[in-house]
Structure formats: C-alpha cells, structure tokens
Design a protein around this ligand. Structure first.
Ligand code: SF4
Length: 395
C-alpha cells in the first residue's frame, strides 16, 4: 500500500515488466505468520512443517522460531483478552468508487459488537515504518465489510516482532473516510505519477522503469561530469560545511535527502549488475577477460576451518577447563532459547523463554553489541536531534 501511495505506477502499471521473486525475509515472514495463525486457531503449531513449506535453512528457521515465540508470548500476555472471537487470516475485498478493488488478508480480527472491531498485524521485517497505509487499508476493509456504518471504531494493533514492541491505533468512520478521499483524489487519480526513491529497491518494475532509469542516468552523468552544478558537488559542499547550528535548515535536509535517494538508486543498480555477473558465471563457468595476465572471472569458494564444539569437547577438556572452553565459544542466544524451549510443552514455551531470559539477565550473561548504522527514521521532536522532525540520518 505504501508503494501505491508513494509511486502509483509501481502498482497500477499494466505495461511494466514485473519480475517476481520471494526473498528470504518474505519466506521467514510467511513461515512465522503460518505458525502464529496455527497457534491462535488450534493452540499448537508445527515448526518443521511451516519452515519446510518455505524451504528455510537452519539459521532462517531459528529466526522464524524466535519471532513466533515472541508473538505467542505477546498474544497470551497482552492481546488474547481483547479478541473475544479471534479469526485468523481472513481475506476481505472492498470496491472503491466502483472502479478499484481494495483487498487484503488480515492476520487477526475480532468483532466486538455491531460497530466496533479489533485487528492485529504481525510485522516480521526490520523496518518499523511504512505500515500506516496498510493499517488504514485493513481498517477500511473492516468498515466496508460492515457496509460502511456511520459510527464505527476499530482498534488496529501492529506488532513488530523483531523489535519486540507494538502500537495501537484507533480508527473511526471519519478518519477512514478522509483516508479514502485522499486515496481516490491524490493517488488513484494519478496513475502516471512516477516517484523514484527508496521504494524502487523493492519494486517489481524496477528493471525496466523509465523514471528510475532517468534518475540513475542523471546521477551517473553528474558523477562523471563533476561540474559545478552537479548534485554531487553541491552535496559535498553542504556536507563539508554542515554544523550543529545549520543542520536543521531546509536546504541542508533536502540536499542530504537527495544524496540518500540517488545513492539508493545507484546502489540498487550496482547490485543488479553484480547479480547479473554472478548468474552468468554460475551458468557458463569461468569467463576469460582477455587481458595480458589471462584473468578469468570465476566463482571461488573461500574455505575457513571451523570447529565442531560438541565433537571437540572431549579433546579440549584434557587441555583446558570448561570456563576457558566456553570463553572461546560464540554461543547463539537464539539457538540456546530454541534448545531450552524445545524441552517443554508448547503451551509453556513462552513462559520458559521469559524465565530463561530473566535468569540469564540476572546472571549478567546478556550483553548488547551496538553497531552504528546510517538509517532514515522519523524522529520525534523531543528526541535528541529531533527538533526539525525531518528525515534524519543517525550514526
Ligand atoms: S521503479 Fe521506482 S519509480 Fe519506477 S514504478 Fe517502481 S517505485 Fe515507481
């Protein structure tokens, strides 16, 4: 839905070439959704079956299992009481203006009474933004399903399983109608309004999209020309002269946003070229580059020796004590949790998970590695650096 609002042709175009492809995050998401739906519907879930259905490797299974355990814990602890008649994965359609059809599958819904409802959406991704329009769509679908009552209130709960927190938003007939009006007037009425940006990375049309190509072409031209009026030259000047005092100026923020947008697009183009090269070598084998040295483009495995801790334990214990052995091991918290909870009944797994984390915490065994990443996020006014409320890059 965010893609539709940001760049209508990315969804409405019938001429573009769509290239499908469900990446690993989508498969982990589907397995997690299937397990959560099974638990809420039947009181149990089948980890092996759900992960096999999405062909997940061991690390991805571990991820899906961890997300599911948190989801079940959250459901039992905080949500179950509000969903009197929970329905999982209900698909709903609604006509818009007689011309468009909105459709969606709600992870979890429950009708409270004739004019009240509640729904929940599990998020398995790493982003905690880009959910507003999707949630509005779900609220709209429920409202339409009840034949657009004049008085309607629906609570929408969006649960970020990776970040372990949730938000609840209240929608009413008025807010849903305002959103519908905006969608019809400003989005669906402009099917040719292209808007290249960060969405292009996930867009099915990106390979042939003329608007994206044009931005990449001008970004490349600007890099190559390096002229006084190039965006790169202007960007360098702005970054070099930025201070804590002037960083909130609109011109500064807009320049940084432009650099970010062009960098995303150039990055996605480079990723595309790299994967084309890789696929070509996978298909035909080493490719001679016809230089004086006889270089070939090859796919080369890099072997690193690794130690099987279980098999090595007997030998190591004859040399060093357990404490010294453990100090050499990098233990995965996710794998430990999985091992522990697999030894208890399904209905007790959430409590066992919580108890384990608490015990480890009390023992001082839990630590956090902080890696500073450049990210774009919405900053509230009372957060450090949030005085402008604009796109921010934190480091
Ligand atoms: S590639 Fe980008 S500009 Fe083109 S349709 Fe998709 S989102 Fe829009």
């Amino acid at each position: 839905m965010d893609s539709l609002v940001e760049c209508p042709p990315s969804i409405l175009s019938t001429t573009g070439v769509r290239i499908g492809g469900a990446g690993l995050p989508a498969r982990i998401g589907r397995a997690t959704h299937a397990m959560l739906a099974a638990f809420i519907r039947d009181g149990d879930y089948d980890l092996v079956h759900s992960c096999d259905a999405e062909q997940l490797e061991p690390d991805a299974r571990e991820e899906a299992s961890g997300l599911t355990v948190y989801g079940i814990d959250f459901w039992q602890r905080e949500m179950q009481q509000y969903f009197q008649t929970p329905v999982v994965e209900s698909s709903v359609d609604a006509k818009l203006n007689g011309k468009f059809t909105l459709s969606g599958t709600l992870d979890l819904t429950s009708y409270v009474s004739g004019n009240q409802a509640i729904f929940l959406d599990w998020k398995t991704g790493r982003l905690d933004s880009h959910y507003w329009h999707q949630m509005m769509t779900y609220a709209h679908l429920l409202w339409s399903f009840l034949e657009r009552p004049e008085k309607f209130t629906v609570h929408g709960v969006v649960v970020f399983l990776r970040m372990k927190y949730h938000r609840t938003i209240v929608y009413t007939t008025q807010s849903i109608m305002e959103w519908e009006h905006d969608l019809l007037r400003n989005v669906l009425a402009n099917p040719d309004r292209y808007s290249p940006g960060h969405m292009c990375r996930w867009c099915d049309l990106s390979v042939g999209c003329p608007a994206r190509k044009e931005v990449i072409r001008s970004a490349m031209e600007s890099i190559l020309s390096g002229g006084e009026d190039s965006w790169l030259k202007k960007g360098r000047d702005v970054l070099a002269n930025m201070t804590p005092e002037n960083k909130g100026m609109e011109i500064v923020g807009k320049t940084v946003a432009e650099i970010i947008q062009r960098t995303h697009l150039l990055g996605s183009m480079l990723d595309e070229v790299r994967s084309m090269l890789r696929e070509a070598v996978e298909r035909v084998g080493p490719i001679p580059l016809h230089d004086d040295l006889g270089t070939h483009l090859v796919l080369e495995g890099q072997d690193r020796r690794k130690l099987d801790a279980v098999k090595a334990a007997r030998v190591l214990r004859t040399k060093i004590d357990d404490r010294a052995i453990l100090s050499c091991c990098n233990i995965s918290l996710g794998k430990v949790v999985k091992e522990v909870i697999s030894r208890v009944r399904t209905s007790e797994r959430s409590a066992a998970h919580r108890a384990l984390i608490e015990e480890l915490d009390q023992e001082g065994a839990l630590g956090v590695n902080t890696v500073n990443m450049l990210r774009e996020k919405v900053v509230q006014n009372d957060e450090p650096g949030g005085s402008t409320g604009q796109v921010a890059a934190d480091s």
